[in-house]
Design a protein around this ligand. Structure first.
Ligand SMILES: [Ca+2]
Length: 541
């Protein structure tokens, strides 16, 4: 970890070197700036660099968005679908396992196991970090002439960074106000550029209005390009529709996924603990058996169908919000000078594998929606099947802005992929993980007791490599998993249990360890043996 600190401190020194910054700006940003052309003066940014709008939903399964083929047929999200038609939709986006690590990775470009000093502290979701050991990159953008803004939910430490990371901020700071942390949809304590007030009204609509106001000029420096992180709390539980949307899907047919109920002999034992649905005496699937308490809600006894309709009704205001924000960009003449990214901190299991939960490594629980659009600059209506991670988004923002990376990030600039989203798949190992509530050096040593679990899910590491997903929990003696996402997108057939795939298993296992080492995971050499490894050892003479 000393090496990590050294790298970070060198990085801080680099930030303060304007000459180096200008050189790197020319070198790294040349392609984008050349593409920017002459139209910029009319688009609002005085120095030719684009604005970046990052729209972040919460706990959103791609099944709630009409532009995703796995969505329910009756889902209506015309505004987000339009964004997908005008940009690039990604089928596999792995940002983080729950609200806090996903945001920590988005703010640092690093995996949770390599984010130092971030800790849970005090009453949930209380948390803390040292901004010198754990700098957030928006401050680097500020130092390079961007105006930075954050609007909406905050979930990474009580210090939300106003005046250091953000020039403009209207923040619902959950870690700072645990007593208000469940107020996802109304009566939020909001800090408005440092001044606290309690705000009534529906949060999704409030955040939309505040974002539109900023885009149209309120609090915005007209002489600077800007980065706005718009963090909706929707559609996180208790997923509460706006009054105008209640009942809109009342007649929608909802079939539960095939493996909503156990048994699941090809999956690890912890899924017994995360089973969040049961069959009622009259044969209906209802919430129960476990509380799935991580979702900040108690829906015991609610039918699966009613819950799915409610979550999707909650999504309608979010979709309207995206439409209004895009309209503000268009009306203010900034659409063609703004990179727009729509995503969510993670997916959310909507019955798949028994989940009403996030945290787990499955597509349903982890995979976020992701749409990237830039009018006139990027292809439109394309689908990219290559997996991407949080560090990729951050590295891309730096490339687009022509700012050198201030420290080592665990991702790469997606610019060439964005230019050709359907180019042949590369042989890239893409890591993702759940470290529970631990970060950095706190991920080592690996616990062997209940503290290994968070929300009933043990810590795990996983990779995507080509069409495969490999998963390894940090539970000694637990099975590894491999899924072929082309043949088995629902992840029902665990190839790691098949004798004919033991060579593949050894290869993916080794690739995972190598990627953990490359990204400075403190526990990379201390992973507990898996069931398959123990069986192989026992069979040796
Ligand atoms: Ca979340």
């Amino acid at each position: 970890m000393v090496a990590t600190f050294m790298r970070r401190h060198r990085a801080v020194a680099l930030w303060q070197c304007p000459g180096g910054a200008i050189l790197a700006l020319v070198a790294i940003g040349a392609a984008w700036l050349m593409a920017a052309g002459d139209a910029d003066a009319a688009q609002g940014a005085r120095d030719g660099r684009p604005n970046i709008l990052l729209i972040f939903a919460d706990d959103q399964s791609p099944r709630t968005l009409g532009c995703y083929p796995q969505s329910w047929s009756w889902v209506r999200t015309p505004q987000i679908d339009r964004l997908a038609r005008e940009g690039i939709r990604f089928s596999h986006c792995y940002l983080g396992s729950w609200c806090m690590p996903s945001r920590a990775s988005i703010l640092t470009g690093r995996y949770p196991h390599a984010i130092e000093s971030m800790r849970m502290m005090g009453e949930y979701p209380g948390s803390t970090y040292d901004p010198e050991k754990c700098p957030f990159w928006p401050r680097v953008f500020r130092q390079h002439g961007y105006q930075t803004a954050q609007i909406g939910k905050w979930h990474t430490g009580t210090d939300a960074g106003f005046g250091r990371d953000w020039d403009y901020q209207i923040v619902w700071n959950r870690p700072k106000h645990p007593e208000n942390a469940g107020a996802y949809y109304t009566e939020q304590i909001v800090e408005w550029n440092g001044q606290e007030r309690t705000v009534s009204g529906y949060s999704t609509d409030n955040y939309t209005q505040w974002a539109c106001d900023y885009i149209r000029g309120q609090g915005r420096d007209p002489n600077k390009p800007w980065f706005l992180w718009l963090c909706y709390g929707a559609i996180h539980g208790p997923s509460t529709p706006a009054p105008r949307h209640k009942g809109q899907y009342a007649a929608a047919p909802v079939e539960p996924p095939v493996d909503i109920l156990p048994p699941r002999p090809e999956k690890p034992a912890y899924l017994e603990r995360t089973q969040a649905w049961r069959r009622s005496p009259d044969g209906e699937i209802v919430a129960g058996r476990t509380l799935a308490r991580f979702g900040d809600e108690n829906r015991q006894g609610m039918s699966y169908a009613a819950w799915v309709r409610m979550v999707n009704e909650c999504n309608l205001a979010l979709d309207e919000g995206v439409g209004r924000v895009m309209e503000a960009l268009r009306d203010s003449g900034q659409l063609e000078n703004t990179l727009v990214v729509y995503t969510a901190d993670q997916g959310f299991g909507m019955g798949e594998h028994g989940f009403r939960h996030k945290l787990a490594p499955y597509e349903a629980t982890y995979n976020s929606p992701l749409i990237i659009a830039w009018a006139g600059r990027l292809p439109q209506g394309r689908v990219c099947t290559q997996p991407v991670c949080a560090g990729d988004l951050v590295a891309t923002f730096f490339a687009v802005a022509g700012i050198p990376l201030p420290w080592e990030m665990h991702g790469r600039d997606l610019s060439s992929l964005l230019a050709d989203p359907q180019r042949p798949q590369e042989a890239r190992v893409l890591l993702f993980e759940d470290m529970g509530q631990a970060y950095g050096s706190d991920t080592y040593p690996i616990p062997t007791d209940e503290t290994l679990y968070h929300g009933d899910v043990p810590r795990w590491v996983a990779i995507r490599y080509g069409k495969y997903k490999y998963i390894r929990t940090l539970v000694a003696g637990e099975m590894e998993e491999i899924y072929d996402l082309e043949a088995d997108p629902e992840e029902l057939v665990n190839l790691a249990l098949r004798p004919e795939h033991q060579g593949l298993l050894a290869d993916l296992r080794a690739k995972t360890v190598a990627e953990l080492k490359r990204t400075q995971a403190p526990f990379a050499d201390s992973l507990p043996p898996t069931r398959q490894m123990q069986a192989a050892a026992a069979s040796r003479p």
